[in-house]
Design a protein. Structure first.
Length: 312
């Protein structure tokens, strides 16, 4: 696909996203606005995972941990009457980055199935920690006392105001517009994924680059967690269960690993199909499962490769 066609496709997508609130109002179906907003929040989380999975080849089953840490940072502060959004979101990003630093410092020293199991173990530890703290609802969770307050900037209680910043740019501004794999930082990560020994031989130690990518991915996922808890107005340890990590991973794979649009496309495809099937039958997982298997078998470069070509 040439650059002009790609630009037309992207512009059409943005127009459709911008039209969602108007369409929801005309149809008197505010649910659709909430659904698309939820999809875009998970698209941010999938984009963050794509940095380490798509470019770095690090298969993390613990990425949902940072989604949960970001959500708990907002929820716990609100529980104690601190509703300043600037402080809440800064803490969500910072706490997620610190947790990612601690987990990454240990897990990145391993590879393959050992890396997978260590990241899985860490996220389950945090999951069970959330279940055990009764003050914050334990496994029942707790309601968000009040949504994050940004005086003079945005009112998150207004559905349209909460939606439009995400629709205008579902990619958080902490992520560069240039594909990560084309930046020097990203090139080292990709090189280490392809041939770690050769990367070391030319003078680059993969460990600090991988750790930096791991921390950045965790911080951005923490931002998604802050958005998610404001969207649901509810906090639960299920935000950081390993099954949530699996969902994020499949969004990246379905959309196309190592691409800009891939995680966004994957989030939309997975969550919209899931919603449609669940509204049709209570046994929707029996249908979704084979569809996911077929997509992996026949969409080797994901939806991004199908729409934009292999160089997206």
């Amino acid at each position: 696909m040439n650059s002009r066609t790609r630009a037309i496709v992207l512009a059409t997508g943005l127009v459709l996203l911008a039209a969602v609130p108007l369409a929801a109002a005309m149809l008197n179906q505010p649910f659709y606005l909430d659904l698309v907003r939820r999809v875009m929040i998970f698209a941010i989380a999938a984009l963050s995972l794509n940095l380490i999975l798509g470019y770095g080849g690090m298969i993390s089953f613990g990425h949902a941990a940072y989604l949960g840490v970001g959500a708990y940072a907002v929820g716990v502060l609100a529980h104690y009457g601190i509703d300043n959004g600037y402080l809440q979101w800064a803490l969500a990003i910072g706490a997620s980055a610190l947790v990612a630093l601690a987990i990454g410092a240990v897990s990145i020293r391993t590879s393959g199935v050992y890396f997978i199991m260590i990241t899985l173990a860490f996220t389950q530890m945090l999951y069970y920690l959330g279940i055990s703290i009764e003050e914050y609802g334990g496994d029942d969770g707790m309601r968000l006392a009040v949504k994050s307050q940004f005086p003079g900037l945005i009112d998150l209680n207004d559905a349209n105001a909460f939606y439009y910043p995400r629709a205008r740019n579902p990619r958080p501004r902490t992520l560069p517009r240039t594909p990560a794999g084309q930046l020097p930082f990203g090139m080292v990560i990709r090189a280490a994924r392809s041939n770690e020994a050769r990367t070391r031989s030319i003078g680059f130690s993969p460990y600090p680059y991988r750790l930096a990518a791991f921390v950045i991915a965790g911080a951005v996922c923490g931002l998604a967690g802050a958005l998610l808890v404001n969207h649901t107005a509810y906090l639960t340890p299920e935000f950081m269960n390993w099954t949530r990590s699996g969902e994020l991973m499949f969004m990246v794979i379905l959309g196309g690993m190592g691409s800009i649009a891939g995680p966004v496309l994957g989030a939309f495809a997975l969550l919209l199909v899931e919603d449609a099937l669940s509204g049709w039958t209570q046994h929707w997982q029996l249908i979704l499962g084979p569809l996911l298997v077929l997509s992996v078998l026949f969409l080797r470069r994901g939806l991004s490769g199908l729409l934009f070509g292999k160089n997206e």
